[in-house]
Design a protein. Structure first.
Length: 262
């Protein structure tokens, strides 16, 4: 596993806060597709992080949401960055967006950092070293029943062809839990699973930059991130995921199988 100073990395990640708070640049929007946007904030944060990571760790490849990643070799070390997870939230000044940065080594995620600048919360984990929020250890919820659980969901807004299937699944989950939440940023949902604010999170067709960092943070906090069939989710490729505290993701998986909503 690569040796690095986690405090140096955290300080680098936190240095993007002024870029997130620049609402003028958040209003400079390019439409990539249905409900799929990029702002000057996304571009500035990605270029800044790419340059700074390259200076500090020149041998590590860089995968970012706003670039062509066809040359990435996952047999080596790769940074996986979502510069602004929750761009639509940022455009609307919803104050629920995050930077998500994972490190993949030989096909395994070994480190993750998620920074929510509006709350000034940094979630991070390294393989085998536990998970933390602002330096304090975090752990998933100990709730064992879906009926007692708060569940975060995503609507896969870029994939409207999945709308009927998605909302069938979300309704099914809603009928069996305390309530659902829709944050609009996968990394935030995963961080909240890791620290026990929600028991589980479900969303289809997430990309590596959406969940690579969150996956290891949830796992190091005692939880699991599985695909909709029940296997461990592969952070190197798009996946339908269920993240949970070790109990609730299994209940959701079984429920969706029983209702044939896969």
């Amino acid at each position: 596993m690569m040796q690095l100073d986690i405090n140096e990395l955290i300080e680098l990640v936190k240095s993007v806060k002024p870029m997130f708070l620049n609402h003028t640049e958040a209003e400079h929007v390019t439409v990539k597709g249905r409900a799929d946007f990029v702002t000057q904030v996304d571009i500035r944060v990605q270029e800044y992080m790419r340059n700074e990571l390259s200076k500090r760790w020149p041998d590590v490849q860089f995968m970012g949401e706003e670039k062509d990643n066809s040359d990435i070799d996952f047999n080596g070390a790769v940074w996986i960055l979502d510069p602004v997870d929750g761009t639509t939230n940022l455009i609307h000044d919803f104050k629920d967006s995050a930077l998500s940065l994972g490190l993949c080594e030989q096909g395994q995620v070994t480190l993750g950092v998620i920074y929510q600048p509006f709350l000034d919360e940094v979630f991070w984990a390294q393989k085998g070293k536990g998970a933390f929020c602002n330096g304090k250890p975090i752990h998933v919820s100990d709730t064992q029943k879906l009926e007692d659980s708060l569940v975060a969901v995503g609507t896969s807004p870029y994939h409207r062809d999945l709308t009927e299937k998605n909302f069938d699944a979300i309704r099914c989950i809603y009928e069996h839990c305390v309530d659902i939440r829709r944050m609009g940023a996968a990394s935030v949902d995963l961080a909240y699973v890791a620290c026990g604010r929600v028991e589980a999170y479900f969303e289809r067709n997430l990309k590596p930059w959406d969940f690579a960092a969150g996956k290891i943070i949830v796992e190091e906090a005692g939880g699991r991130v599985i695909d909709i069939k029940g296997s461990s989710a592969n952070a190197m490729e798009p996946s339908d995921i269920i993240a949970g505290n070790g109990y609730i993701e299994e209940d959701i998986k079984k429920l969706l199988i029983e209702r044939r909503i896969q």
